[in-house]
Design a protein around this ligand. Structure first.
Ligand code: GLC
Length: 740
């Protein structure tokens, strides 16, 4: 009944609004609609819109609220997450729309991180493709399948920069670099949101975890974050900002404290930075019960105070905490919380429901026929296959032992070789292993069963060595050995920090045993973080980093191993020689006693290990080789309003077509604060046929060189710069210029 009243009211408004001239009005038209709905809402119903509960469909945190169906019915829960399928979301939507007083439609959120049913490589893997089109495509396909399954809001992209391989959630991000991380975050937002949120194949993105969640002390998830304001502004903030500038309409506040205040209660983060500095206009949702957890943090004495702190800090929606649900009404009635605060928060939420088209048709995402047609569509599987291949990083290939030749007798070893679930990685949404093959399956399909022998050898964890003998026996009968080793897919992701970054269990011990056979060993890695591969690097002939490559990962690994695709990935996180080097990242400072000083002792070094990593940021080999000619600069003086054109010639000097990620770095030699020894300022992924050469161009503008100076003002400083171009952050051609 009332619902019809609303729509009559809105219709009248739209009619009157139609008179509004010009286009300034999509915005004002929506605002009028929002106002019309707000005017009808009671305080209870407004607070209900600020409540987000998990359905019983999946569990992604420590608590579950029973009775959420009744809450929906009473208008006291306006948003649901972890609900899936067109049918189930339709069921819940029906309760909201047809049984609650005002019939305001629900938002449906879900962690569509790297795929929905068709799963793509984990985000850290995708980032190693350095292919923004491929990454956007992955998000686009994920959005299509999620939207077809009733979801209109994903809790992605995760934009957390991290230099901490002990932290399991590095698997969800884009690595250590703010420039690359910003480009990737923006690409993911474009993929999820498309050009129009009202399109039924787009979903709202959510920038998370705001902010600086990727820097927990000791790499322990949820631990304290403690960094300088300058590092926060120059390194950790840019990817969040890039995602918001790309149009992301929601932000998730993180579990961690920043500067002593938990993010979900931080006015500095959620209002001063997010709203005032960045200009974010969408909704802020907390992470899972992070309001409640402020009591544990010790910033408030009880949950009521936590709710007060968070709503005043700028939180619009309480994920799973029931704090707004329990305390906000009294706090408004007592005057502790202003009506304006509530109205502003609710207006942001209602506006987004209009933008998603939910008021026009609340069931627009709940079409079962469409779901059947779109989920696991062949084109989606093909896209996942393509992105998986592009994400893989060839770390070693001695004596060109790769690519394998069809028909060679191959021994495949390792539990992970026959695993399907592990190929999906963590946060694998509703990825279904019945729609996929293992690496072993695919190698058999490609190379013929008769040419493939298999032994598990050992489990992916634990101390059981009883399978070693069988692995040795099988390997003796093969020309080459392909070992698939690494981590269980749940050994990275949330609440999965490790104090070791070695390959778990006795997998490496098995490798040492097989080494005795003196046959070529190819190591395929399944892992969600940088690992310490120093020992394996000495033992094997080739190493392929395949991350957790997704639904089509078995086929992608096979096609790379057999040369159907020439690997083109580059690391986006530094791989250390050992954990003792961590944190280690390419944009380090020079220090007062850099390694190149002549004295043998008094300089920044270890007595038991080199300073440089095992594999540096930006590193990745190919089945071909590339040669870089000298860099050419359009000028050696970059003026305030000028731009510097950089060109470099790249030639494919090897025997097969290949792709190269040409990287451009700069170094500010002298600043009012110390400056990194290098910073990524450009990259291009190019494809070159055998013998083909290309001139690759970069443009450096003064604003790209800005940073937070000694007085914390943001801008550039005149002075000398070095400029580097190459295929990774170590092997580079050098040039120089002055910024005037
Ligand atoms: C989890 C995660 C967050 C996720 C949310 C909803 O605790 O921290 O990344 O989006 O809860 O599942």
């Amino acid at each position: 009944m009332l619902r019809n009243l609303i729509f009559t009211y809105i219709a009248a408004l739209i009619m009157s609004a139609c008179g509004v001239s010009g286009s300034s009005d999509a915005e004002s038209r929506i605002n009028q609609k929002v106002d019309s709905v707000m005017k009808l809402m009671t305080l209870d119903e407004k607070i209900g819109q600020m409540v987000l509960y998990s359905s019983g469909w999946a569990l992604t945190g420590p608590t579950i609220k029973s009775g959420y169906l009744d809450d929906i019915r009473k208008g006291q829960c306006g948003n649901i997450f972890n609900a899936n399928t067109a049918a189930y979301t339709r069921k819940l939507q029906k309760i909201a729309v047809e049984e609650s007083r005002l019939g305001i439609p629900l938002l449906f959120g879900y962690d569509v991180i790297h795929g929905h049913t068709t799963i793509f490589p984990i985000s850290l893997g995708e980032s190693a493709s350095w292919d923004l089109k491929a990454i956007e495509k992955s998000a686009r396909v994920s959005a299509i399948e999620a939207a077809a399954s009733g979801i209109n809001w994903t809790f992605a992209p995760m934009c957390d920069i991290s230099v901490e391989p002990r932290w399991g959630r590095v698997s969800e991000g884009a690595g250590e670099d703010p420039f690359l991380g910003s480009k990737i975050s923006a690409a993911r937002v474009r993929g999820f949101q498309g050009n129009n949120l009202a399109d039924t194949l787009t979903i709202m993105a959510c920038v998370k975890h705001f902010a600086a969640y990727g820097a927990p002390l000791a790499g322990r998830d949820y631990n304290t974050v403690d960094m300088s304001e300058r590092v926060f502004q120059d390194v950790y903030l840019p990817p969040y900002k890039a995602a918001i500038d790309a149009g992301a309409m929601s932000v998730m506040s993180s579990f961690n404290e920043y500067d002593g205040i938990p993010a979900s209660g931080s006015k500095y983060l959620l209002t001063d930075i997010l709203r005032k500095k960045i200009g974010f206009k969408g909704l802020v949702v907390t992470d899972y019960t992070s309001i409640n957890e402020m009591v544990n943090h010790g910033i408030v004495a009880n949950e009521a105070e936590a709710g007060l702190l968070s709503v005043k800090a700028g939180v619009d929606m309480d994920m799973q905490g029931e704090v707004f649900f329990k305390y906000l009404k009294k706090q408004v009635e007592s005057g502790e919380v202003s009506q304006k605060t509530i109205n502003d928060a609710v207006a942001r939420i209602i506006r987004i429901k209009f933008m998603l088209g939910l008021f026009d048709d609340p069931y627009r995402y709940c079409n079962e026929a469409r779901e059947k047609r779109l989920v696991y569509a062949p084109a989606h599987l093909e896209a996942s296959f393509d992105v998986a291949k592009r994400s893989m990083v060839l770390l070693k290939n001695s004596n060109k032992v790769l690519p394998l030749k069809k028909g060679e007798k191959i021994a495949v070893i390792g539990e992970l070789a026959s695993s399907k679930q592990d190929l999906l990685g963590s946060w694998a949404a509703v990825g279904n292993i019945n729609y996929m093959n293992s690496i072993l399956d695919e190698i058999k399909i490609y190379n013929g069963d008769a040419n493939v022998l298999y032994a598990e050898g050992c489990k992916k964890m634990g101390e059981d060595r009883s399978g070693f003998a069988a692995a040795l026996s099988v390997s003796r009968r093969a020309d080459k050995i392909v070992m698939v080793l690494g981590e269980d897919s749940e050994w990275s992701g949330e609440a999965a920090s490790r104090t070791s970054i070695n390959i778990p269990g006795v997998q490496t011990e098995l490798l040492e045993k097989l080494k005795i056979l003196n046959k070529p060993i190819i190591l395929v890695l399944l892992n969600g973080r940088p690992l310490d591969l120093s020992k394996e690097n000495d033992l094997v002939d080739a190493m392929l980093e395949s991350w957790f490559p997704g639904t089509m990962g078995g086929k992608a690994v096979t096609h790379v191993l057999f040369g159907e695709y020439n690997p083109s990935g580059k690391l986006t996180m530094t791989f250390p020689r050992n954990l003792g080097q961590v944190p280690i990242f390419y944009y380090e400072k020079n220090t007062g006693r850099p390694l190149y000083l002549p004295n043998p002792k008094y300089k920044s070094r270890y007595i038991d290990c080199p300073n440089d990593p095992l594999f540096p940021f930006g590193f990745g080999l190919s089945y071909t080789t590339f040669a870089y000619s000298d860099i050419k600069l359009s000028t050696d003086k970059l003026t305030e309003n000028g731009e510097l054109k950089v060109s470099v010639n790249v030639v494919n000097t090897g025997g097969v077509l290949g792709e190269e990620v040409v990287q451009c770095y700069v170094r500010d030699l002298v600043g009012s604060v110390t400056r990194p020894v290098m910073e990524l300022k450009g990259f291009q992924k190019i494809s070159l046929k055998v013998g083909e050469s290309k001139v690759v161009n970069f443009t450096i503008k003064p604003e790209m060189l800005a940073f937070h100076r000694a007085d914390m003002s943001y801008g550039t400083e005149p002075g000398d710069y070095k400029l580097f171009v190459g295929g990774n952050s170590r092997d580079l051609k050098l040039a120089g210029f002055k910024l005037k």
